[in-house]
Every structure is written in structure tokens, then in C-alpha cells.
Design a protein around this ligand. Structure first.
Ligand code: GUN
Ligand code: FE
Length: 503
């Protein structure tokens, strides 16, 4: 099959499924919803507009286009230097030992460690280097859109926005707010609630000047999480988001870890629940991304559903920090919108493909955990739903987790009409995936083995995914999810523009 993308606006103009006889690729893409079945088939040129024809899959070269990972719904750009460094810590001691120290380094020299000036004057060169590498790295893994947490520092946060804009990555940029002396270290915090709000406002103004229409880069209001924020800061940030039309997106963390949940209960005794803390301050909106949500109660899930707030599922991080397993099937069953997040550096990988893989893996373990059996599993049985087996249903299929990585992420940021699939009219945010070669039978494996050269794959093949020439497209996708990595990402486009190409 082939599709046509307009070079004028980067949108998909139509399909031409007759172009090749790769019916199985069309079947796969339509069955799992990456291409709308009703997308019209058109041909070539229309009026004056130049359209570029893109062949969706090539059997001979084992290449296929896939929607870009839209998006990484939760990632901390300043934590990249800490990827792989977390020992056996859990959330609260991890923040204190690893995370606050690395993030505090993104201010200007004069402001460290205790900051007498209200705001750092300039982004330090090390911050620019790290952020540039983050954007290049995430693009190279096929992430066409990311929702970033930066730090408290305005200049470095603005620099992250400028780097995404110039490299051509779609992004939400959050200046992190943390003003509470109860939890924030004295060397890394906002001076006051007013400071949290005014510094956020100044980043919003910068980003609105950088990209007035929000074509690529948008601001996102970012209270770090309830324990780092005072009530006046939460209130001010809720009001700030609502000042704009449409209201701004909001991101934060919720119910990641049991000790954190207990701490929130202690710090906000007047609130009915963790979710209620955010709801009281108008931070639980349809534009809110809640990261983790591992330990939400059924009542909190129902509130999240009512407010249409979105959940970022971060399975690699939840395993690495021993936080728990989020009940994604329950979220989906209850109608909550879910996307995938890497949560670098709670998560050890910048890859959303890895997040999709981990989402599958942890969902297969969920039925084995005692808390799950006690609540979800037994509950369903006791209510007479034994004919709908609950144990087993919690498993996510590969296609479902890829769906969360594409259409799910797009829905999380209210862009489901524009991004996440290859429907007519959608924007061309895409990645070209190339899998490994097929064994070369023209050579004698015994001879090549004896001289040390590999006979397994054709010269020039890349990555870790071996093909044997018998795979259906569905099987190729499965092999890609379980064994693929950034070596398989040949090129990446955002809004029709090339943003990464494998060197
Ligand atoms: N909760 C508050 N801050 C953080 C953070 O930086 N990462 C994660 N995973 N959880 C948090
Ligand atoms: Fe996080």
C-alpha cells in the first residue's frame, strides 16, 4: 500500500492500496487501527498541491512505516545523566539521593546552591549539552512527541523548548514547581508559591513567543507532585492553567509508591484522597497527565474518569523503583485514557518501544501478585462475573501496547484527531522501521563459520531482529517489539519534516 502526504501541510491526503500486493500489511494496519479502514483511496496529484507518495511497506527490504511514538507522555529531561543510576532505591530516597542533586545543576552558577537571586540568569552550557542530547536521543528512538519535565530553572527550561523547536520534535515543556519546605531540599526549591507561579508564567510567555501557534512546542503546567507543593502553589497553578484559552495542559505524578501515598495523606489531611488534592485546586482536568497511578483506589479512578484526566503508564520505572504494577486493563475498562511514559530516569530507557515491551511484561505478572488477586480478581468472581475470567484479561497484547504508544498517547494530549495513526487528514509524524536481514543461503555456512565471518544475516543488515524469511507482517511487528531498538529506526518525520535519520 501507499499513501500520499502533502508537502504543503504535512498531512496525509489519501491512500492507494492497489500499489502493491502487500495485502497482509494493509490487513494488519487496519485491523489494529493504525490506518482507518474507511480512509479514502485517491491517486497522485490534486490541483496545485504537491503530494509525496510513501510506500508503507517493502517486503524485499524488510522496511515499514509506523506512526511515530506519540508520545512519551512522561519523561524528565534533566535526569538523563542518571540513566541506569538508581541502585536499589525506592521513590522517596531515590529523589533525595539521585534526582534532586542532578536537577539542581541546571541553574546558573550564581544561584547554587542556595539561590539568593530569584531566578538564574542564564542556562549553563552543561544544561544545553544535556538537553540537546536528550532531544536527539529520544528522536532516534522514534519519539515524535514528548511531554517533558525540566527543572525549576527558567532559562534552562526555555532552552529545552528552543532545542525541541529547532530539532523539530513535538513537545510539551514543563517548568517544574516545588516550593514546599516540608519535602524539597533547601538547595533545590522555589522561594515561594508566588515564585512557582511567576516563574511558570515566564516560561509560558517564552514558549508562546517561540511558537505562537503551538505548532510544535507548547507549555505544560507542572506541579512536581503534591508533597513538593504548598496549597497556595497548587491553587495558583490551577488558576494559571485556566487563564488561557484553551486552558493549558497540566502534568504531575500520582500514587506511584505506597510511602508517597502515606505522605500525601499526612501532608493533606483535609483531602479525601491523593486525587482529591489535585481536584481541589482544579488540577484534575481533561488536559491533565497523571504519571504512574499505580495505587489509585477505585474511588480515585472514578474521579479521574469523571474529570477525564489522562494516565501515563510508566512500567519500566515502576519495576526499576519497585513501585508496583499499574492496573492498565482496569483503566481501559473504566474508560480512562492511557498512554506510555519512559519516566527517565526512574525508568532506565529513553525508548517507548521498551516501554511498550515492559507494559506487556508487567501485565503478564499482574495476575500473580497477591494484592491483585485480593482485589481485582476475587472481586470480579464474588460479584458473579466468573464467566468473564478476570485473571488473564489483565494481559496487554503487543498490539494494545503499541496502540497506547501511538493513538493512546495522542489522546492523552488531546490530539487524537491529528496524530497517532495514518488516517486521511492526519499529520505525518512517522518512523521508518528496518528489521534485520534474512539468512544468505548463497553462502556455505560451514565455510563462513570456519573463517569467523557471520553467515546469519546479509551484509548491511542492522539491529537485533533476525528474520528467516517466513514471517508475516504481524510476526515482524512482534519481533520488532520484543527485540528491536533504535538501530531499527531508519528515519523519523514530524509534521512531514525529517527530524532524524540513522547515520
Ligand atoms: N515523583 C516526584 N518527582 C518524581 C520524579 O522525578 N520521578 C518520578 N518517577 N516520580 C517522582
Ligand atoms: Fe516521573
Amino acid at each position: 500500500g501507499a499513501l500520499w502526504v502533502s508537502s504543503a501541510d504535512g498531512r496525509i491526503k489519501g491512500f492507494d492500496w492497489q500499489a502493491r500486493d502487500d495485502a497482509s500489511f494493509k490487513e494488519l494496519m487496519t485491523r489494529h487501527g493504525w490506518v482507518d479502514v474507511d480512509a479514502s483511496e485517491t491517486n497522485g496529484y490534486d490541483g496545485n498541491e504537491i503530494k509525496v507518495k510513501i510506500v508503507l511497506a517493502s517486503e524485499e527490504r524488510n522496511e515499514f512505516f509506523f506512526p511515530g511514538f506519540i508520545e512519551d507522555t512522561h519523561i524528565h529531561a534533566p535526569q538523563f545523566p542518571n540513566v541506569g543510576l538508581f541502585g536499589s532505591s525506592t521513590l522517596l530516597d531515590w529523589l533525595e539521593t539521585y534526582t534532586f542533586p542532578v536537577e539542581s545543576g541546571f541553574g546558573a552558577q550564581a544561584d547554587q546552591p542556595n539561590g539568593t537571586d530569584k531566578l538564574p540568569k542564564d542556562a549553563p552550557p552543561s544544561a544545553l549539552r544535556i538537553y540537546d542530547q536528550v532531544v536527539a536521543r529520544t528522536l532516534s528512538h522514534g519519539t515524535t512527541c514528548a511531554s517533558y519535565f525540566a527543572t525549576v530553572h527558567v532559562p534552562a527550561t526555555n532552552a529545552l523548548a528552543a532545542l525541541c523547536h529547532s530539532r523539530g520534535q513535538r513537545a510539551f515543556i514543563g517548568r517544574v514547581c516545588m516550593d514546599s519546605p516540608d519535602f524539597c531540599p533547601s538547595y533545590y526549591k522555589d522561594l515561594s508559591a508566588d515564585d512557582s507561579v511567576s516563574a511558570t508564567r515566564s516560561t509560558i510567555e517564552y514558549i508562546h513567543t517561540l511558537d505562537p501557534k503551538g505548532t510544535l512546542v507548547k507549555p505544560i503546567v507542572t506541579p512536581r507532585f503534591a508533597p513538593t507543593c504548598t496549597r497556595p502553589a497548587l491553587e495558583g497553578l490551577g488558576k494559571l492553567a485556566a487563564e488561557f484559552s484553551p486552558p493549558l495542559h497540566i502534568q504531575t505524578h500520582i500514587s506511584e509508591n505506597m510511602n508517597e501515598v502515606a505522605l500525601v495523606k499526612e501532608l493533606f489531611p483535609e483531602s479525601e484522597s491523593y486525587a482529591d488534592v489535585y481536584d481541589r485546586y482544579n488540577l484534575l482536568t481533561k488536559r491533565t497527565i497523571l504519571a504512574h497511578a499505580v495505587h489509585l483506589t477505585p474511588e480515585e479512578r472514578s474521579l479521574v474518569r469523571q474529570r477525564d484526566a489522562k494516565i501515563s503508564h510508566c512500567p519500566a520505572s515502576n519495576s526499576a523503583l519497585g513501585s508496583g504494577i499499574a492496573p492498565v486493563r482496569a483503566f481501559l475498562d473504566e474508560g480512562i485514557t492511557v498512554g506510555l511514559g519512559t519516566d527517565v530516569s526512574g525508568g532506565y530507557s529513553p525508548s517507548i518501544l521498551e516501554a511498550a515491551r515492559q507494559a506487556c511484561l508487567v501485565s503478564r505478572l499482574l495476575g500473580h501478585t497477591t494484592s491483585f488477586c485480593k482485589t481485582e480478581g476475587k472481586h470480579a468472581h464474588e460479584n458473579g462475573h466468573a464467566d468473564k475470567p478476570t485473571i488473564g484479561r489483565e494481559k496487554l497484547s503487543i498490539e494494545e501496547s503499541l496502540y497506547l504508544a501511538t493513538r493512546g498517547g495522542a489522546a492523552v494530549v488531546d490530539m487524537a484527531d491529528d496524530l497517532g495513526g495514518f488516517d486521511e487528514g492526519m499529520i505525518w509524524d512517522a518512523q521508518l522501521i528496518e528489521l534485520g536481514g534474512v539468512p544468505d543461503l548463497s553462502k556455505n555456512p560451514l565455510e563462513t563459520a570456519s573463517n569467523g565471518a557471520s553467515s546469519l544475516v546479509k551484509a548491511g543488515s542492522v539491529g537485533n531482529v533476525d528474520l528467516f524469511g517466513t514471517e508475516t507482517w504481524e510476526e515482524k511487528i512482534h519481533k520488532w517489539v520484543w527485540s528491536g531498538d533504535d538501530r531499527n529506526v531508519k528515519a523519523v518525520w514530524v509534521a512531514g519534516r525529517l527530524a532524524h535519520s540513522r547515520s
